[in-house]
Design a protein around this ligand. Structure first.
Ligand code: B12
Length: 433
């Protein structure tokens, strides 16, 4: 009898210590696991030899239950090589933060990343990049990047015990329109990462001065309430692409929520329902939703025990290919407009193949009339990010960007993913966010 009791208590303790804690209720069950595997495979097959390796993908794969050790090791080596070669000059602060989290999740020391005979301390580098962000705020009123990345920076520095003042950080991430709103819309993604950063500060170890502790609690309460206000009847929080991060944030801040304020399983099922529809075909979208399906968060990276991981995610060598068939043509109208200074507003009607993406329409129109429809883009982790049209450049210090719209409504996908339909009115509009 006593032995059984001891075994039960040890079992409960192990369950509690496991990443994700006791709350195993809101994770996929065995019948749903093929959907998770599907996302993992999508992310793995997306790896492109010519594109820079993506730390968000390794981070998500490491937080999953099933693993393919060879592939994860290969990704880690490529990330280390990229960090050593490019981090100092070309990474933004948030990219350094993501590299740190991916290294830590792989049980590798981010302070000592080595490749090709060189070594880099990513935590030191992030401290420098974070300082530059703060300087830009002091001079221009905006960070070099955005508050999503500042939150990632705080999260990574906090997890690695980097140099960080909880007092000034809680002031930096306090409620504010310019910080948490993008184009008049509350950014659930930004708030979610900010919550993870705050919870890390609260649980870091050293006791916080009462004033700072109170400030952190106030910030988190505001962020949680704002995120809950973006919850929709169908369980999505913000839009489907912010829902995964929101799930992470709400799962670590339950003490700030009234009982019944959020139904985690409803949100989980909403996300699962969207997987077969191809909603997460963009590997970045898959990476940001995967951890919450496993009931894990970015706060778990320091709690992973890599040597205990199973090697149980087999992959076939053949990459999935899409079928090629002759498709009919469709017609769309396309407008480019300067919505800030109203210097131009040009439209054209073009024919493209059914199933074409927005980016294809932009290429076709550029070929037809480059004086009006020329554009530039940079390749980002989400795909092509439009940086200029007709020579007019987006500028972070002026908070301007090229917004994508369909029939007057802003899109929730980028030019590289959004599939256009017949008779659609597409637009790229120079806008202030
Ligand atoms: C900040 C931000 C913006 C800022 C970027 C400028 C800035 N100040 O930094 C602004 C407001 C301009 C913006 C614009 C857009 N965004 Co945005 N953005 C974000 C946010 C909150 C953080 C991005 C970030 O810094 N990541 C961290 C760094 C380390 O990663 P990174 O890859 O280096 O980041 C760069 C790129 O992500 C790029 N970027 C930002 N948004 C988008 C969107 C797309 C489609 C692409 C290709 C690139 C891109 O800007 C980042 C900074 O340089 C994310 C939220 C999220 N969950 O990721 C949404 C997010 C990525 N954006 C999104 C969308 C849809 C857009 C727009 C297409 C909206 C629109 N209708 O026009 C446009 C992009 C149009 C274009 N020109 O190509 C979606 C993408 C979903 C998807 N499936 O593709 C997200 C996930 C938000 C959401 N939940 O809907 N965005």
């Amino acid at each position: 009898m006593r032995r059984t009791l001891v075994i039960m208590l040890v079992g409960l303790l192990l369950l509690y210590l496991a990443p994700g804690g006791l709350c195993q209720g809101c994770a996929v069950n065995e019948a749903e696991r093929p959907l998770v595997r599907d996302l993992q495979k999508k992310m793995i097959y997306s790896v492109n030899v010519s594109a820079p390796p993506n730390p968000s993908i390794l981070l998500a794969l490491r937080l999953a239950q099933e693993h393919n050790k060879r592939i994860e090791q290969d990704m880690l080596n490529k990330l280390s090589q990229d960090a050593v070669e490019r981090a100092v000059a070309s990474f933004s602060s948030g990219q350094v933060a993501l590299h740190i989290l991916a290294q830590q999740a792989s049980c590798s020391d981010p302070r000592c990343v080595s490749a090709n005979g060189s070594t880099i301390n990513l935590v030191r580098l992030l401290e420098q990049k974070f300082k530059a962000e703060l300087q830009n705020i002091a001079i221009h009123g905006n960070p070099l990047t955005n508050f999503y990345q500042l939150s990632l920076d705080v999260l990574a520095l906090c997890q690695l015990n980097g140099r960080l003042s909880p007092a000034s950080t809680s002031a930096l991430l306090s409620p504010g329109h310019k910080k948490y709103y993008l184009g008049g819309q509350f950014s659930v993604d930004t708030a979610a990462v900010a919550i993870l950063a705050h919870i890390c500060l609260q649980t870091r170890g050293q006791p916080l001065p009462p004033k700072v502790y109170k400030k952190i609690r106030q910030n988190v309460q505001w962020l949680v309430d704002k995120i809950l206000a973006e919850k929709r009847r169908d369980g999505e929080i913000g839009n489907i692409y912010s829902t995964g991060l929101a799930m992470q944030a709400l799962s670590v801040s339950s003490s700030y929520q009234k009982p019944g304020a959020w139904n985690c399983l409803q949100t989980l099922h909403r996300v699962l329902d969207k997987i077969p529809q191809g909603t997460f075909k963009n590997p970045m979208a898959a990476s940001q939703v995967l951890s919450s399906l496993e009931n894990r968060t970015y706060l778990d990276v320091s709690r992973l025990n890599c040597s205990m991981d199973p090697d149980n995610l087999p992959l076939s060598t053949a990459r999935p290919t899409s079928p090629t068939s002759r498709l009919p043509s469709i017609r769309v109208t396309y407008t480019v407009a300067d919505g800030v200074n109203n210097t131009f507003n040009d439209s054209i009607s073009v024919t493209v193949t059914q199933g074409s993406i927005f980016f294809k329409v932009m290429e076709v129109t550029q070929d037809k009339d480059p004086s009006k429809f020329s554009f530039t883009y940079t390749q980002s982790s989400w795909g092509p990010y439009i940086t200029s049209v007709q020579g007019l450049q987006a500028d972070n210090n002026h908070r301007t960007y090229w917004q994508l719209l369909s029939n007057g409504i802003p899109l929730s996908q980028g030019a590289g993913d959004y599939v256009v339909s017949n008779s659609e009115r597409l637009e790229v509009k120079f806008t202030v966010y």
